[in-house]
Design a protein around this ligand. Structure first.
Ligand SMILES: Cc1cc2nc3c(=O)[nH]c(=O)nc-3n(C[C@H](O)[C@H](O)[C@H](O)COP(=O)(O)O)c2cc1C
Length: 417
C-alpha cells in the first residue's frame, strides 16, 4: 500500500513519528540580543505543535555566539540557558510531537553587521553582489576545526539534556558544513580539503562527535544540498555520495534541499509554480534528485522545498521517492496547514513569491527569508500572520531592524555580554 501523510514512520533510533509531515527549519531570529531563547519561541512552537506535524525542526541554533547567521539567533554553547531551553522543548513536544534542534555555524555566511572577519575553510570572498553583505573570511586553523567539531557535539548534548528529541546538522544552503563540502569554497590542501573524502571529513567528524555524546536512541539527522547550483560547487553526483556515506554512518534522517544565497534554489525563486493539478506531484523542487538518491540511501529521506497542496504532498509520498515531506513557508502563513492536510482537506497554500520591485533583491533568498521572518515574529507574539504585507515596505523594515540589532549585538559583545 502506498504511503499517506497520515502514516507513522519509525526512524533507526526507534523513534516513531506520528505522521509524514515535518516542519523544516526556519530561522526565527527570536532570541535576545545576547542570543538566548525567549518566551516567543515557546508560543511559536506550541502553535506549531498543535498544528499537526509529526516532527518540528527548529530554525538554526548557533554553536558559537561569536559566529551568527543573523542578529537574535539563539546560540547554545554551554548550560546557561537550560531553564528556557527546557521550556522551549516542552512547548514543541506537546501533542505527541517530536522536536529537534538544527545546529549550525555560518562560516563566512555571517553578515558584515555581525562579523568583521568571519571564518571559513579557505579565505575566499563571495562574488558580487553578495560581497556587499559578507566580509572576506580568513581560513580556519586545524586546531580551530577540531574545536568547532567539539562545539557541535557539546551543543547536541545540551539539547538532549533540555528535552529535545534530536538534532539536525545544517549541512545545506552555503553555511560552514556546506562550505567544507564545496570545492569552490574549500580549497584547502590539508586533510580537510581537496578530494571529496577530505571535504566531507568535517561533516562526518561532526556527526561522529555528536553521536558519541548523545548515544544511539537520540536522533541525529542532516540537512544537505542536492547541489549548490553554482559553477565549481558541490555537484549532484558528489551530494549522492555524501548522502550515502552519512546514511551508512547511522543518520536517523537525511533531509534534502539545495542552493545557497548566491543561487537560492531552496526558495524556488527561479521556479514557476505548477499551474495544473496534474503537475502538482512535481511541486517539490528536488523530486528528481530524491528519485535518484532513493536507491542509494538506507536512512529515511525527507524532501523540502515547494510543497504547497494536499494533492502534491499525497502524490509525492505515494510515489515512494521519500519518507517524509518537509514544509517551511506554508507553516509561516498557516500554522494549521499540516492539520488540514492530515484531515484530508484539499488545501493549497497561499505562499507566493515576495517582490519588492528591485530586481537584484527579488532574485535573492534574502527577501523571502526576511519577509517570512516577520511572519514568524507575529506568530511568536500570539498574532495572526499578515499575508498582505508588501515586499518593499517589509524590506525597509527588515533592513532597519537588522542594522539596529547588528549594532546592539556588537555593543553587547564589547560590554562582555
Ligand atoms: C524565514 C525562513 C528562514 C529559514 N531558515 C532556515 C534555517 O534556519 N535552516 C534551514 O536549513 N533552512 C532554512 N530555511 C529554508 C527552509 O527550511 C526551506 O528549505 C525552504 O523555505 C523551502 O521550503 P518551503 O518551500 O516549504 O518554504 C528558511 C526559510 C525561510 C522562509
Amino acid at each position: 500500500m502506498s504511503t499517506r501523510p497520515q502514516d507513522t514512520l519509525t526512524l533507526p533510533s526507534g523513534t516513531v513519528l506520528k505522521n509524514r509531515l515535518a516542519k523544516s527549519a526556519m530561522s526565527e531570529a527570536l532570541g535576545t540580543v545576547d542570543n538566548r531563547p525567549t518566551e516567543a519561541l515557546n508560543t511559536l512552537y506550541g502553535r506549531w505543535a498543535r498544528g499537526g506535524c509529526g516532527l518540528l525542526i527548529t530554525g538554526n541554533v548557533m554553536v558559537d555566539r561569536q559566529a551568527l547567521g543573523e542578529p537574535n539567533n539563539v546560540a547554545v554553547e554551554d548550560y546557561r540557558d537550560m531553564a528556557s531551553l527546557k521550556a522551549w522543548a516542552k512547548a514543541a513536544r506537546q501533542n505527541g510531537t517530536e522536536a529537534w534542534v538544527q545546529l549550525n555555524h555560518p562560516g563566512k555566511q555571517s553578515p558584515n553587521v555581525l562579523s568583521s572577519q568571519p571564518v571559513a575553510p579557505s579565505a575566499i570572498p563571495f562574488d558580487a553582489p553578495h560581497n556587499r553583505f559578507f566580509n572576506t573570511p580568513r581560513a580556519l586553523e586545524s586546531a580551530e576545526i577540531e574545536a568547532l567539531i567539539e562545539r557541535f557535539a557539546k551543543s547536541a548534548a545540551i539539547m538532549r539534556a533540555a528535552g529535545f528529541t534530536g538534532v539536525q546538522i545544517h549541512g545545506a544552503h552555503g553555511y560552514l558544513v556546506s562550505q567544507f563540502l564545496s570545492p569552490h569554497h574549500n580549497q584547502r590542501t590539508d586533510q580537510w580539503g581537496g578530494s571529496l573524502d577530505n571535504r566531507m571529513r568535517f561533516v562526518t567528524e561532526v556527526y561522529q562527535a555528536i553521536r558519541r555524546e548523545v548515544g544511539s536512541s537520540f536522533n541525529v539527522g542532516i540537512k544537505m544540498n542536492s547541489a549548490d547550483f553554482q559553477r565549481g560547487g558541490f555537484t549532484q553526483e558528489e551530494s549522492m555520495i555524501v548522502a550515502e556515506v552519512m546514511s551508512d554512518l547511522g543518520m536517523d534522517l537525511v533531509e534534502i534541499s539545495g542552493g545557497t544565497y548566491a543561487s537560492p534554489e531552496m526558495t524556488g525563486v527561479n521556479k514557476k509554480a505548477p499551474q495544473k493539478a496534474s503537475t502538482r506531484a512535481r511541486e517539490a523542487y528536488f523530486m528528481d534528485y530524491a528519485e535518484k538518491v532513493r536507491e542509494r540511501v538506507k536512512a529515511p529521506l525527507m524532501i523540502t522545498g515547494g510543497f504547497r497542496s494536499t494533492e502534491g504532498l499525497e502524490s509525492a509520498l505515494a510515489s515512494g521517492a521519500m519518507d517524509l515531506a518537509g514544509l517551511a513557508r506554508p507553516l509561516a502563513l498557516d500554522a494549521d496547514f499540516a492539520m488540514k492536510v492530515l484531515n484530508g482537506e484539499s488545501v493549497v497554500s497561499d505562499v507566493a513569491p515576495i517582490k519588492t520591485g528591485i530586481k537584484m533583491v527579488d532574485k535573492m533568498a534574502l527577501m523571502e527569508t526576511a519577509w517570512y521572518t516577520r511572519q514568524l515574529a507575529r506568530l511568536g507574539n500570539g498574532k495572526q500572520p499578515m499575508p498582505n504585507e508588501g515586499g518593499f515596505s517589509s524590506l525597509m523594515k527588515v533592513m532597519a531592524t537588522m542594522s539596529y540589532r547588528g549594532f546592539r549585538t556588537r555593543v553587547n559583545r564589547v560590554a562582555g555580554g
